[in-house]
Design a protein around this ligand. Structure first.
Ligand code: PHE
Length: 453
């Protein structure tokens, strides 16, 4: 396995891993959740979740991957031979495969919107709800765009870690950040900026319910790509001198900054138009925003054209760097476990995700009432099973594994790079306290609460 490749620079590692984390979760789901859960109060709980649980859990996942230097299932097997921990590795791969199924569908919608923004069609849309519904109800268009998105993902994966993922992330992530800052500056100069900012920054704690805490934790895990093997797969390509805690802190900081910045882009625009409700739900990005762009800038205007194009391009890039990390987890598994060539491994994953994406696209649209599992469409059931079951359960297992099953010395050896880094004692004590106690208890409490409700 010596030729499995590796990331070559620290910047490459941070940008690739941040690429996995930054995605539709930040720019689409975060504003939707913030809108629905009442703004600033939700953001404060979210920040507490990413800082307290996100950084240590990401570090723990990195430690598993880099220590074992192999795919997620083999990593658990290597670190705890002949024990059932490796099953979480398989659960993680199942989870990313299902997520890739429905994520590619939404990413396909984004791609279609980006192309329509580019061709100028979008700026003439006057009824954005009808536009969205006609598109998603079509038999072939959503399928075609979802498949196209998977093909784009495949094109990067097949080039490998260094020439594919690292090189792509090093170009695309800076572009993404520049686009975000430009859009936020544009949005903050709009008339509703003050109201939008107040919504994001002035907490109303009467809105803080158990449900808000649960949503914030779920959102934090999804947004950081935690616990289902993507991060440990990437870490299996880290060199031995990479500082894991520092890397996790930088990635969490970038991911959180992007989420907050998307709030700064979306809410000033939302509050600049009369009678738009900030809790628009999932349609926020696909129905509300195109409508707002049209009303704010005037249909067919150049400013509207530029704003929409930049926004959907930004979403396309964010989604792509995330689908790449999901795909890579399973591709790495086939390569490491069965010694397959990268090309063959990637093709198997690409074909599998194409079938799932097709089912999700059709179950959202024309076959909404036919493709149903237990009362949910295929699309909804994939979302439900991954977010409500596999992710929290894997989070509990991950923290128990690193906190209790692995030798403390082994974990410390990874955190300090074999004793070459000196870590302040409170950092080490805090890490172990969170991984052993706080994380499993907090996630289990929230999970059980959700089951009983
Ligand atoms: N973190 C990604 C996002 O915010 C989604 C993701 C989840 C990616 C799980 C990989 C694994 O969109």
């Amino acid at each position: 396995m010596s030729d499995r490749g590796s990331f070559t620079t620290r910047l490459g590692i941070i940008l690739a891993t941040a690429g996995s984390a930054v995605g539709l979760g930040n720019i689409w789901r975060f504003p939707v959740e913030t809108g629905q859960q009442g703004g600033a109060a939700f953001i404060i709980v979210y920040l507490a979740c990413v800082l307290l649980l996100g950084i240590p859990m990401m570090t723990a996942e990195f430690a598993i991957g880099r220590r074992a230097h192999t795919d997620i299932a083999s990593a658990y097997q290597q670190l705890a031979p002949r024990q059932p921990w490796f099953l979480t590795g398989y659960a993680g791969m199942l989870c990313v495969t299902l997520i890739l199924g429905f994520y590619s569908v939404v990413a396909g919608w984004i791609l279609k919107y980006a192309l329509d923004a580019l061709s100028g069609t979008m700026s003439f849309v006057t009824d954005s709800a009808a536009y969205f519904n006609t598109f998603t109800q079509s038999y072939y268009l959503p399928v075609v765009f979802a498949l196209l998105f998977i093909v784009l993902t495949h094109a990067v994966i097949k080039r490998g870690i260094q020439n594919g993922i690292e090189r792509f992330s090093k170009v695309m992530m800076p572009v993404l950040l520049v686009l975000m800052i430009a859009l936020a500056a544009g949005s903050l100069s709009m008339s509703g900026a003050a109201e939008g900012l107040a919504f994001l920054l002035r907490p109303d704690f009467s809105k803080l319910t158990a449900d808000v805490v649960l949503s914030a934790l779920g959102q934090a895990f999804f947004s950081l790509s935690i616990a289902i093997g993507c991060l440990s797969t990437y870490a299996s390509y880290f060199k031995r001198d990479v500082n894991l805690i520092k890397t996790a802190t930088s990635v969490v900081a970038l991911d959180t900054a992007v989420a907050i910045l998307s709030g700064f882009i979306i809410f000033p625009a939302v509050f600049s138009v009369e009678n738009v409700n900030p809790d628009a739900g999932p349609g926020l990005v696909f129905v509300t925003l195109p409508d707002i762009f049209g009303k704010l800038f005037g249909h067919g205007s150049f400013a509207g054209y530029v704003f929409a194009l930049m926004f959907y391009l930004l979403l396309t890039l964010a989604a792509l760097t995330s689908t790449i990390s999901m795909h890579e987890e399973v591709t790495t598994f086939f390569c490491d476990r069965f010694g397959m060539s990268r090309r063959k491994a990637a093709t198997i994953m690409t074909c599998t995700s194409m079938v799932l994406a097709m089912l999700c696209a059709l179950s959202y649209g024309p076959l909404h009432d036919e493709l149903v599992i237990g009362g949910y469409t295929v699309f909804e059931s994939f979302d439900f099973v991954t977010a409500k079951f596999i992710m929290p359960l894997s989070g509990i297992v991950l923290s128990l594994f690193v906190g209790w099953r692995l030798d403390r010395e082994l974990v410390l050896d990874e955190l300090t790079n074999g004793g070459t880094l000196s870590l302040p004692r409170p950092v080490v004590a805090g890490f172990f306290f969170i991984i052993r106690w706080l994380a499993p208890i907090a996630i289990a409490t929230i999970f059980i609460n959700e089951l009983l409700s």
